[in-house]
Write a protein that binds this ligand. Structure first.
Ligand code: NJP
Length: 221
């Protein structure tokens, strides 16, 4: 797929699945706006992609729980480019796996804020830019946890179930436009989050982020 001239914003691009998706989109020619909290990792991604493609990325160190920061990012994109072709809402956290009554309220709030509310705020801030694009695509990364109701996964699963309702509602709201909005369920992937969730698992049995990232192109056609 040739994405030359397209502008793509990827959240959670400092490592794992988001980073691998950013690499795929950059290799296809898109200019990447890479969002995460860890500035050093965004700088490393910039170095790697400059070496690979000859083009810099725009790294945005931002905590997505800073909702005003998301609004400021939308404004900055508007002022610089006036449009956005691809939005990948990938950033997420697991929180702690424990019975609901043992989840600390702060952990619950952080999981819902990062996995759900930040994506609502991204939609709210980026929608006017996406509508300026010829046929924008917004892809949000979900999880089977959203529908499994597995004991101890309550905060994460609730956030992903909410995300699925949010994203499917948005998809219906833009159905009469050229824009398309989708959910991507990556399955089990060898990342920091998966290591947190399944510490005893044999990592060698899992696909790498680079193995699953090309699936993003299925959603961009
Ligand atoms: O996780 P990980 P994955 N503000 O921990 C960023 C879903 N998923 O790649 O801020 C901004 O390696 C964080 O960056 P940093 C999963 O639910 C996965 O596995 O620098 N960014 C990092 O770049 C999630 O939605 C599996 O720490 C924030 C990234 O998010 C997506 O895949 C299975 C942030 C997390 O990288 C990527 O997860 C499944 C914040 N407040 C669904 N908080 C799987 N791996 O098996 C976090 O079904 N980030």
């Amino acid at each position: 797929m040739d994405l030359t001239g397209k502008l793509a914003l990827v959240t959670g691009a400092s490592r794992g699945i988001g980073r691998a998706i950013a690499v795929e989109l950059a290799k296809a020619g898109a200019h990447i706006i890479a969002v995460a909290r860890t500035q050093g990792s965004l700088e490393q991604l910039d170095d790697e992609l400059q070496a690979l493609t000859g083009r810099p990325i725009t790294g945005v160190p931002l905590d997505l729980k800073d909702y005003d920061g998301i609004d400021r990012l939308g404004l900055a994109i508007y002022e610089r480019w006036g449009t956005l072709d691809i939005l990948v809402g990938n950033a997420g956290i697991l929180g702690t796996l424990s019975p609901l009554q043992h989840i600390k309220p702060k952990t619950w709030d952080d999981v819902i804020a990062t996995n759900l509310t930040a994506n609502f705020r991204l939609i709210r801030a980026m929608d006017p830019l996406l509508r300026q694009a010829e046929a924008a695509r917004a892809v949000f990364v979900t999880s089977s946890a959203a529908v499994r109701h597995t004991p101890y996964w309550g905060a994460y699963a609730t956030s992903k179930a909410g995300l699925e309702i949010l994203v499917n509602t948005y998809a219906n709201e833009v159905a009469d436009t050229p824009m398309r909005v989708c959910l991507l369920n990556p399955g089990a992937v060898r990342t920091h989050m998966r290591g947190q969730a399944m510490p005893g698992e044999d990592k060698d049995t899992l696909p790498l982020p680079a193995d699953v990232a090309p699936r993003i192109f299925e959603f961009l056609a």
